[in-house]
Ligand binder design. Structure first.
Ligand SMILES: Cc1cc2nc3c(=O)[nH]c(=O)nc-3n(C[C@H](O)[C@H](O)[C@H](O)COP(=O)(O)OP(=O)(O)OC[C@H]3O[C@@H](n4cnc5c(N)ncnc54)[C@H](O)[C@@H]3O)c2cc1C
Length: 567
C-alpha cells in the first residue's frame, strides 16, 4: 500500500485566502500543500481588481484609526455579526499588510472612496493594490496562473492597470498616450509572446497574486492543480485528512495540524443558490470563473457538522452578458458597475421605473435589484437606457466609446439581442417590452434632474463615491446628464456577482465552528468559504480580498501557535 502523504497544513483553494494562508504558514516553518481543483491557480482573486480594503493600513501616514473604522462598520452593518471577529479583522489586517511588505510585496495605497461615504467614519484612503508584476518571474508556472478578467483588459487582450483603465474608459486626460503605450508594450515584447500570447505584465488581481506565488514557489510550496477536495476525514474528533480526486483518482492526504478551507463561495452551484439566496439569480451571470467555486468545501464542512452564516447573500455586481463567438462565459460577462452610474443614462425595472441611485456601489446596486424584484417582480434583469451622448463618451455594455467602436463595427448579431437601439424613447420602450409612457416619464424626470443637478428620488451624484464614476465635464452634477440625443440605446442588466458572501461560520481565529458554537478541531476557513465578517455589507473597494487575506494570515498564526511554531 502506498504511504499516505503528510503535511502540517493542507490548504484547499489557491485564491487570495489560500495563498496568504500558505505563505504565512510556510514562513512560520510549517509544511504546506495547496490543493486546487482547477487546471490553473490563483482563483477568482487572480482575475480580480486586486484591491484590498484595509482600514488603518498606515502605508503612508494618515489619521485613520481602529475607532474610526469601527464607527463606520457599526453604522453600516445591518445584520448581527460576530463582534470579536470584526474587531480582530480591524486589528490584524494592518499586521497582514506589514507582513507582506516585510517580504517585499510592492503594496501601494489606492484612492477609493468608501462605498458609503455619507456614513460616520467613512474615508477615501483605505484601499491598497499591488504594483504591476512581471509574470515571467513565475518561471514555468507563468502561464498557469489565471488571467485577469477579460474586461479589465484593453480590447479584451492587453493588460491595463487601474489608472489606465479609468483614463481610457472615460477618455480622461492622457488616455490616447496610455492606449498607445499599452499596445506598444505588448507588441514589442516578442520574447514573451513567443512563450505564449499572454501579456507578461500582470496587473490588478494577477499583480497581487504574482508576487505572493513567487514567494511561495521560492519556498518550495506546491500547488497541486486538478486536485479537488471531496471530503474531510475526521479521526478522534479532529479533522485529520482530506480526500481528494486528481484526474479521477481518489486518495487521501493527511494534515498533521490543520485543513484550511479557502475554496471560495458557491456562486457556480445553482442548487445552493436556489437553496440559500432570496433571489437566486443564475450561475451564468456570475463574473467569477465558471469552473471553480461550486461550494464543495462548504458542503464537506456542513457534512461534518459545521455551522454556516450569511449564506443568504452574495457580493452582488450588476452584469451584462455579451454574446461572443469562441468565448467562454467568463469572457462574455461584462461587469456593469462602471457603466450604470455615468451621466446621460438611467436604469429602470421592466415597469420603466427607477429603483436605485445608479451610481452607488455595485453591491448596493445588486441589493436594490433583489429588493425591487421581491417587491415588484419586474427586476433581474433591469435595463440600462442611454443616449448617443453616453455612447460617444463612455463604455457601454462592453463596447468602447464610438470613437474606438462605432455602431457599424458592432456585430449584427448583437443588435436587438444584447443591445437595442431606436430613434425615440417610445420606440426603444416598444423594442425592449417596457411600457412606453412609464419610460418616457422616467426620462423626462431624469432630464429635469440633470438640469437642476439634484436627484430628489435617489440622490444620484450626491456623494463622493457616486462622483468617482461621474464625468467632471458634465455640470452641475457629474452623474446626471440629459438623455436627449438620439439614437437611444438599452442593454439588459442582470443580477450578477463576484462570489457569495456567506459560508462556514468561522470565529475570530478563523476556526470553523460547529452548530453549538464550538471550534471543530483542526478545521479553519477563510475567504468566501467562510461567512463575511461584514455580514450583509460591502464597505469599500477590496472588501472581500482584504478579509480573505487577513483571515488566512490569522489562521496560519493560530495553527503555528498550536503547533509550537513562531516566527
Ligand atoms: C472581475 C472581478 C473583480 C474583482 N475585484 C475585486 C477587488 O478588486 N477586490 C476585492 O476585494 N474583491 C474583488 N472581487 C471579488 C474577489 O475576487 C473574490 O471575492 C475573492 O477573490 C475571493 O477569494 P477566495 O480566496 O475566497 O476565493 P477564490 O479566489 O475564488 O479562490 C478559491 C479557489 O478554490 C478553488 N476550489 C473551489 N472548490 C474547490 C475544491 N473542491 N477543491 C479544491 N479547490 C477548490 C477554486 O478553483 C479557486 O481557485 C472581484 C471579483 C471579480 C470576478
Amino acid at each position: 500500500m502506498a504511504t499516505k502523504e503528510v503535511y502540517d497544513v493542507v490548504v484547499v483553494g489557491s485564491g487570495a485566502a489560500g495563498a496568504m494562508t500558505a505563505l504565512r504558514a510556510s514562513q512560520l516553518g510549517l509544511s504546506v500543500l495547496i490543493v486546487e481543483k482547477a487546471h490553473k491557480y490563483g482563483g477568482t482573486s487572480a482575475t480580480s481588481g486586486g484591491v484590498m480594503w484595509i482600514p488603518n493600513h498606515q502605508l503612508e501616514p494618515n489619521d485613520d484609526s481602529r475607532e474610526q473604522a469601527l464607527e463606520y462598520l457599526d453604522t453600516l452593518i445591518e445584520v448581527p455579526v460576530q463582534r470579536d471577529r470584526l474587531e480582530r479583522y480591524i486589528d490584524e489586517a494592518p499586521e497582514m499588510v506589514r507582513f507582506l511588505k516585510s517580504l517585499g510585496v510592492p503594496l501601494v495605497p489606492s484612492a477609493w472612496t468608501d462605498y458609503f461615504p455619507h456614513l460616520p467614519g467613512a474615508r477615501a484612503d483605505r484601499s491598497i493594490v499591488c504594483d504591476t508584476f512581471d509574470g515571467r518571474e513565475l518561471g514555468s508556472m507563468f502561464t498557469l496562473m489565471r488571467e485577469q478578467y477579460t474586461r479589465f483588459k484593453l480590447l479584451n487582450r492587453y493588460a491595463m492597470d487601474l489608472p489606465e483603465f479609468f483614463a481610457i474608459s472615460t477618455r480622461g486626460p492622457g488616455w490616447i498616450k496610455a492606449f498607445l503605450k499599452i499596445l506598444w508594450r505588448y507588441w514589442t515584447d516578442l520574447g514573451s509572446r513567443i512563450i505564449s500570447g499572454r501579456d507578461r505584465r500582470f496587473t490588478s488581481g494577477a499583480a497581487l497574486m504574482g508576487p505572493i506565488y513567487k514567494r511561495l514557489f521560492d519556498r518550495g510550496v506546491e500547488v497541486r492543480l486538478d486536485t479537488r477536495l471531496d471530503e474531510l476525514l475526521v479521526e478522534d474528533g479532529k479533522v485529520s485528512a482530506v480526500k481528494v480526486s486528481h484526474f479521477g483518482r481518489g486518495y487521501e492526504i493527511e494534515a498533521r495540524h490543520a485543513v484550511v478551507l479557502c475554496a471560495g463561495g458557491f456562486e457556480w452551484n445553482q442548487e445552493l443558490r436556489d437553496r440559500f439566496l432570496p433571489v437566486p439569480g443564475l450561475t451564468r451571470y456570475s463574473s467569477s470563473p465558471e469552473d471553480a467555486n461550486r461550494g464543495e468545501a462548504l458542503m464537506a464542512g456542513m457534512k461534518i457538522g459545521a455551522a454556516t452564516e450569511h449564506t443568504d447573500d452574495a457580493w452582488w455586481i450588476p452584469t451584462m452578458h455579451m454574446p461572443m463567438p469562441r468565448a467562454s462565459n467568463f469572457e462574455e460577462i461584462h461587469q456593469a458597475a462602471f457603466d450604470v452610474g455615468r451621466p446621460h443614462s438611467v436604469c429602470v425595472n421592466r415597469n420603466g421605473v427607477r429603483f436605485v441611485d445608479e451610481a452607488c456601489g455595485y453591491d448596493e446596486f445588486g441589493e436594490a435589484m433583489v429588493a425591487d424584484q421581491l417587491k415588484t417582480g419586474a427586476n433581474t434583469p433591469c435595463w440600462l437606457v442611454f443616449d448617443a451622448e453616453f455612447r460617444a463618451n463612455y463604455t457601454a455594455g462592453g463596447f468602447m466609446p464610438t470613437i474606438i467602436m462605432p455602431d457599424f463595427l458592432i456585430p449584427p448579431d448583437r443588435w436587438n439581442h444584447y443591445i437595442f437601439k431606436a430613434q425615440t424613447v417610445a420606440a426603444l420602450a416598444a423594442k425592449i417590452g417596457v411600457p412606453a409612457d412609464a419610460l418616457q416619464k422616467t426620462v423626462i424626470a431624469m432630464n429635469e434632474y440633470a438640469a437642476s443637478g439634484e436627484d430628489p428620488e435617489f440622490g444620484r451624484g450626491g456623494n463622493d463615491y457616486d462622483r468617482m464614476f461621474g464625468d467632471p465635464a458634465v455640470t452641475p452634477n457629474p452623474c446626471l446628464g440629459s438623455i436627449a440625443r438620439a439614437p437611444f440605446y438599452a442593454v439588459p442588466v442582470n443580477l450578477g456577482d463576484l462570489g457569495t458572501k456567506g459560508g462556514l461560520k468561522a470565529d475570530a481565529s478563523a476556526r470553523v465552528l460547529d452548530e453549538s458554537g464550538e471550534p471543530i478541531p483542526n478545521l479553519y476557513a477563510a475567504g468566501n468559504n467562510s461567512g463575511s465578517p461584514f455580514g450583509n455589507r460591502y464597505p469599500g473597494a477590496g472588501g472581500t480580498i482584504g478579509p480573505a487575506m487577513t483571515f488566512g494570515y490569522i489562521a496560519a498564526n493560530d495553527i503555528a501557535a498550536r503547533a509550537g511554531r513562531t516566527s
